[in-house]
Design a protein around this ligand. Structure first.
Ligand SMILES: *[C@@H]1O[C@H](CO)[C@@H](O)[C@H](O)[C@H]1NC(C)=O
Ligand SMILES: [Cu+2]
Length: 310
């Protein structure tokens, strides 16, 4: 396992032996190449703000925790025009090595007419998407970042149709919990949102980076390798309540919230005569175990690599 991971890292990441970040973004049929942190910044034109290193941020209050750099825009900064309500996808390195931890996506509106020249550290961010522990237990479960890996190392969110039109930064983040301190991997891109609505985030939904997280947040200090983690089925995602939610406390994600992961592929095995319990794996590429779920659950395709009793 370790040998395999090192092998992949050596092939895919010749200039740094670990980790990575958001390498590209797509929206509405447009592909946007990312910033290349190990190339000269001279001449680089990207919608993604410069970021400095493939290494994780391990201090949740670090001065770079907004966009993995000092927050400035480069001379050739570009902006993607995206429609409110459209899907936007961030692509991490192939193959992302960290399947345990949450995915989080934020927006921040910039003052004036463009984000160019606006330091991302000065912005107020609101969370538009999150995925924590999707099923199973903290110690042995299926996480947002595992789903990201199973989705071609990409994560797709919808720009809310209700946000006001204007200049925004989007911040894609994956957090790895396989070791402590937790590893934060945030990168940001510059957007111009069109066709939006009139629902501004509430004050309790707006946060700064640094500021949104603390190093004692339960979602950043959870230890996957304890006996307790082997039975614990709740995980508290760091950061503010989701934009559009009415609850004030941080959202607690419990196993049943997997609705967005079941897509058009449909069930592969509808016979409810098997032995696999709710949320257990029952199929997927490479799966050699049993495929029958206990009644009343059915084996449901989550993605090509993962079917689950739901
Ligand atoms: C998978 O991601 C890569 C970028 O990492 C992209 O070039 C490729 O088109 C993606 N494949 C699919 C099927 O989306
Ligand atoms: Cu890493």
């Amino acid at each position: 396992m370790l040998f395999q991971l090192l092998g992949i890292a050596l092939l895919a990441v010749p200039k740094a032996l670990a980790h990575g970040g958001v390498m590209a973004i797509s929206n509405g049929g447009n592909w946007y190449n990312g910033w290349q942190p190990y190339n000269s910044p001279t001449g680089q034109a990207s919608i993604i703000r410069p970021w400095a290193t493939y290494d994780p941020i391990t201090d949740a209050t670090a001065s770079t925790v907004h966009c993995n750099d000092d927050g400035t825009s480069p001379s050739l900064q570009m902006t993607a025009t995206v429609a409110a309500g459209s899907k936007i996808t961030g692509y991490w390195n192939q193959v992302w090595p960290h399947p345990y931890g949450p995915m989080l996506v934020y927006l921040a509106q910039c003052p004036g007419t463009t984000c160019t020249g606006v330091n991302t550290r000065s912005l107020k961010w609101f969370k538009i998407d999150e995925a924590g522990l999707l099923s199973g237990t903290v110690g042995k479960g299926y996480w947002g970042s595992g789903k990201m890996i199973d989705s071609n190392c990409s994560w797709t969110s919808t720009i809310p149709s209700t946000v006001p039109s204007g200049p925004y930064m989007i911040r894609f983040e994956t957090i790895a919990l396989h070791s402590l301190p937790a590893q934060l991997y945030p990168e940001c891109a510059q957007l111009q949102i069109t066709g939006g609505g009139n629902v501004s985030p509430s004050s309790s939904q707006l946060v700064s980076f640094p500021g949104a997280y603390s190093n004692s947040d339960p979602g950043l200090t959870v230890n996957l390798y304890t006996n307790e983690a082997m039975t614990q089925t709740t995980y508290i995602i760091p950061g503010p309540p989701l934009y559009g939610s009415s609850s004030n406390p941080s959202s607690t994600q419990a196993p049943p919230t997997t609705t967005k992961t079941t897509t058009s592929s449909g069930p592969t095995n509808t016979g409810s005569t098997g032995t696999i319990a709710q949320y257990g794996q029952c199929g997927g590429i490479g799966w050699t175990g049993p495929t029958g779920c206990v009644s009343p659950y059915t084996c449901t395709v989550v993605n090509p690599y993962y079917s689950q009793c739901l």
